[in-house]
Ligand binder design. Structure first.
Ligand SMILES: C[S@@+](CC[C@H](N)C(=O)[O-])C[C@H]1O[C@@H](n2cnc3c(N)ncnc32)[C@H](O)[C@@H]1O
Length: 393
């Protein structure tokens, strides 16, 4: 199954599920974790996606909280909500779960019992437990409490047979703590949430990489591509173009996997990276430079430029087949970030529609992103009949 469902441009509709024996927990809304400062975008996106899905609701985002509770106008079956609003449709939510319960006023001496009791009433069993907080300094004060609480609740869930580690097809249970006296309970379908708790990618910084930016591309490979795509596209011997490459953090990701890299930037590339012979430094303007090969596997682009210029440039490379796939950053403006992103998506869509081509576009505000979002773009294969038709570019 392709675990990605694209958002922003795609209309989804709720599918009816067969009745089950258990009472389906009802969905109150969505628990959305985001980078602090991006709550407005996160809420605007949730509003847009829920409207497309015919599930209406609202949120009152507060800047700096790192979480948005999006509340549905009416209660829905949680699985229907999860299927209509898959995690991969969201850009700004690092993690999203379907909000089913809240337990207030947890007693200090025994928080686990009322939580377990509420979970039992959901009538579900789970493969995985994610205990979550916002990514804020305030929430960091909960770390001592969580260190003690997490093993305790895990033991209790196992004892009640609510947590089954050996059944990966079961949903994930999300326990979100704003403070130690209140928990919001969320659920997500198997493989329909960030693989990292709270959506925080814990990646090792390779000490020989020329910049911390390298983690952004490493995270993008994991967050935006399937295993199959990684195996096909990150093979030794393939070619990559890196626009805005200096000092070389992104080029490093390819070079250390044995790909040849054209690193395009007027700035200097780290000598350590040039030493292994996989990287050719080209001092040129990334908007005009053309590769000396008809097609490369990768075009990556981290140039600091207007997002619409980057969207146009990347769409051209991929739509014309000069690059088979691309990962690129869109540096968003301070205001109207969601609108700007939508504009870029429309631009890419229009570029591909020009020749009736299909494409896949996945975008996330990665943990290692700040004011930018990271996108993956690839042309998808046309049907055999369409492939036979001659096309003019
Ligand atoms: C954020 S840095 C890239 C960091 C790099 N991805 C890394 O991992 O080390 C942006 C780079 O884009 C380059 N740049 C900006 N505009 C450019 C252009 N028109 N053509 C080529 N490079 C450009 C800058 O010189 C700068 O080195």
């Amino acid at each position: 199954m392709n675990r990605f469902r694209e958002g922003l441009l795609e209309c989804t509709s709720i599918q009816c599920l067969p009745a089950r024996n258990m009472p389906a927990p009802t969905a109150k809304g969505l628990i959305l974790l985001c980078r602090p400062g991006f709550e407005t975008e996160c809420a605007a996106e949730a509003d847009s996606l829920t409207r497309q899905a015919g599930l209406f609701g609202s949120a009152r985002p507060k800047s700096g909280e790192g979480i948005v509770h999006f509340i549905f106008d009416e209660l829905f079956d949680w699985q229907q909500a999860a299927q209509a609003l898959p995690f991969t449709a969201f850009v700004f939510a690092r993690q999203r779960s379907i909000w089913v319960e809240r337990v207030d006023e947890l007693p200090q001496q025994d928080r686990a019992t009322p939580i377990i009791e509420t979970i039992r009433k959901l009538g579900l069993k789970f493969a995985r437990l994610d205990v979550e907080t916002a990514d804020t300094n305030e929430a960091k004060t909960l770390s001592g409490f969580l260190k003690r609480f997490v093993p305790h609740i895990e033991r209790a869930l196992h004892a009640q047979k609510l947590l089954r580690d050996n059944m990966p097809e079961l949903p994930t249970l999300h326990l979100f703590f704003k403070d130690s006296s209140r928990v919001d309970i969320g659920v997500s379908l198997a493989d329909d949430a960030s693989p990292w708790p709270m959506g925080i990618a814990r990646l090792r910084m390779p000490h020989e990489a020329p910049s911390r930016s390298t983690l952004k591309l490493a995270e993008a490979f994991q967050a935006l591509m399937t295993e199959e795509e990684r195996v096909a596209a990150l093979r030794a011997g393939l070619y990559a173009v890196d626009l805005g490459a200096a000092p070389g953090g992104w080029s490093y990701q390819f070079a250390q996997r044995g790909l040849h890299v054209f690193a395009v930037d007027n700035g200097p590339i780290a000598p350590s990276l040039m030493a292994n012979g996989m990287v050719e430094h080209i001092r040129a303007d990334g908007f005009n430079w053309r590769a000396p090969r008809k097609q490369v596997e990768w075009l990556v682009c981290d140039m600091v430029e207007q997002p619409s210029r980057i969207a146009q440039l990347v769409a051209d490379w991929v739509a014309t087949g000069r690059a088979r796939r691309s990962i690129f950053n869109l540096k968003l403006p301070m205001k109207k970030r969601f609108e700007e992103l939508r504009r870029c998506c429309q631009q890419i869509d229009a570029r591909f529609k020009l020749h009736g081509d299909s494409y896949v576009l996945r975008i996330r505000h990665l943990y290692h992103d700040r004011e930018e979002v990271t996108a993956y773009l690839a042309k998808t294969l046309a049907s055999p009949a369409e492939q036979e038709k001659p096309k003019r570019r």
